[in-house]
Design a protein around this ligand. Sequence first.
Ligand SMILES: [Zn+2]
Length: 276
Amino acid sequence: MPELPEVELVVQSLNNLVSRRKIIVAELLRERLAPFNSPTEFAERLQNSTINHVRRRGKHILFDLDNGNTLIAHLRMSGRFMLLPVERENPKYTHAAFFFADETRLVFQDQRHFGFMRIVETARLHETKELKSLAPEPFGEDFTPTYFRDVLKTSKKSLKEFLLDQTKVTGLGNIYASEAMFLAKVNPQTPANEVPTKKANVLFDKILEVLHESIAHGSTLNVNPENIDGSYYGGGFSHGWRVYDRENESCVNCEKPIARLKQGGRSTYFCPKCQK
Ligand SMILES: [Zn+2]
């Protein structure tokens, strides 16, 4: 599943490619992709609208349209967008297609069928179920050290599980949570409300650092317009991980082996010596 930096790359690519394009016809080919909009409503609310811009809220991709609607899209496990020329057939597992005035079309393809779309009024976006419980964006002005320290105090969950809770901190997944805790030298099993203030401040900085670092890496990648998905990081950037997916390899600080433990059903990687 793509994490925030990967979705950010998808959003920037889509914004460059499709903003200011006019949708002539929209087709919902798999009804369950957009469970809150019928195929007829889906088509009607998108037809003859121009995409003002594409932006992100958490891992939701938002297409703001000039007719007062926003199309929310979530890639989940395997969703991808493909900008295709007119002569190209829809690929297998095409679940939605958006035909532009210039005869190109944007296709949403999803082999594993977990993708999600919903059309809502832009003015009511903040009260939409998918978005309203999300914590502040890590790069937004509401995500401050004070916010972070205060919200840590509200939870007795382990720090790792706390960091994955999108209602507390938006944008951290399994990879970047492990990386940030390693850089902050804090143990992933510490209850969130017992993280000392000093450590909380360091962790706050490290969360931003790992996300910035990864987004900067993404900006160096060439995204193929016919394959806009969350997979661009898999090869290159994995070499930059300090603890994630490095069980039994030596710690970059102390050379002791990296350990792995299960928390909330998911693997956490950490250095037992550096993160006491
Ligand atoms: Zn170490």
